[in-house]
Write a protein that binds this ligand. Sequence first.
Ligand code: NAD
Length: 495
Amino acid sequence: MSASTEPLALDAADAAASTTDGTTTDGTTTDGTTTDGTVTDAASTVARLNAAFATGRTRPVAWRKAQLRALRRLLVEQEAVFAAALWADLGKNATEAHTTEIGFTLNEIDHTLRHLDRWLRPRRVPVPLSLQPARARTVREPLGTVLIISPWNYPLQLALSPLVGALAAGNTAVVKPSELAPATSAALAEWLPRALDPRAVAVVEGGVPETTALLEQRFDHVFYTGNGTVGRIVMAAAARHLTPVTLELGGKSPAVVEPGTDLAAAARRIAWGKFMNAGQTCVAPDYVLAVGDTAPALERHLTEAIRAMYGADPAASPDYGRIVNERHFDRLSALLGDGRLVTGGDRDRATRYLAPTVLADVEPDAPVMREEIFGPVLPIVRVPDLDAAIAFITARDKPLALYAFTASARSKARLTAQTSSGALNFGVPNAHLAVPGLPFGGVGESGTGGYHGRHSLDTFSHTKAVLDKPLRADTLRLAYPPFTARKSGLLRRFL
Ligand code: NAD
């Protein structure tokens, strides 16, 4: 069934069905166990999407493009609704909401629409002489029904940009937004089924019980973004069904600063990457490794950069976000005692305001260096030289991103060859996400698998091997038993 023969718009019956099936009921427990009702809901949602996939409605390229265009239209027409939700959840400024969430997703859609035909084209593969005549190619096929579990920090982008890949690859999808960004979650639950094919896309709202119930179902792929503890739960649940997973996790992403680089410019870039979204960015520079004698100047330049971006009182800046909830506010407040306070430190629990904060002379084993900070606290750790910086990085979990500010080509080459991380950026943090041709993902503790652009298609498709060999002439006769001495000699020569 193609998009051209079936209207994609939601009729009243569809709307009712998708609301009933696509959202969870009350009566769930809060301790991680699931009530029968929740499991039944999850099972019926997945069954409904599986049935839609089986009809073949999601396979035509026309359907996929229609979904992407409909998503595009939704984001453009309802930008104010989503921006208001992001403001309510995270105090996210409308410009930042556009650049890092709504506009970001629009770019991902446009890039995908521009290249989808080419990405979906079967690829010819050479056939060895011993098997000729024959033709070999690879074709991409959709996986089926996929589950997308997203976190609260970029609650729109991290739900929708995987969805772009899932739909472009021809799958049906369940989107489970984070319950910790309730306004965005509600907006997605309200608008996605209206804009997209409700038979193919469901939004399930909720927290641990609802996600647990979903994870009991058999999906064809689970795409999870969040912390590594839950990542382990997701992977274990998926393993029961042999379901492949993508885990987009976090960790401590270092920013190495070498002498000889423009320290004022480096400080501005680091402050920008660190304090956007009040530091609640998975790829934000977590800490600075100040090489040699760079620390004192960096402290000064970081202080100036923060002031230039957010003013003397960042609490009054409309451009500075808030901590998502009190639990995270308390966790971050407890980290403020480490090292020497350079700037910031002000906080207000009632409004969950935590000033952009820089800590200097931080010991490598201080509490702030033992966990991902995920907030607006930037420790500076001094290291004598690049050898020490590389040793520091490689002694710890592989980061999601490694940033380096250096004028030395040799240092760049050494960091590239001698460290491992999801991404390696010179001169700019965070920006690799906005290059659609680059895969986005971690390695080791920072995650497994990647996406964005063509890489999303890789993630959400199976690349099927297709070999086509005519029955005549029967060039395989040589390989059939019985194996005479002559056949055996020829086989050894040709294979
Ligand atoms: P979160 O608390 O919103 O959790 C993420 C998702 O997991 C939510 O949808 C939530 O409902 C679900 N969940 C929570 N507990 C669960 C459980 N016991 N069983 C099943 N599902 C459960 O977000 P978070 O984990 O606090 O997000 C922050 C972390 O995510 C940080 O470590 C950050 O670095 C990482 N992150 C990574 C990326 C990336 O793209 N690599 C992006 C954003 C955040």
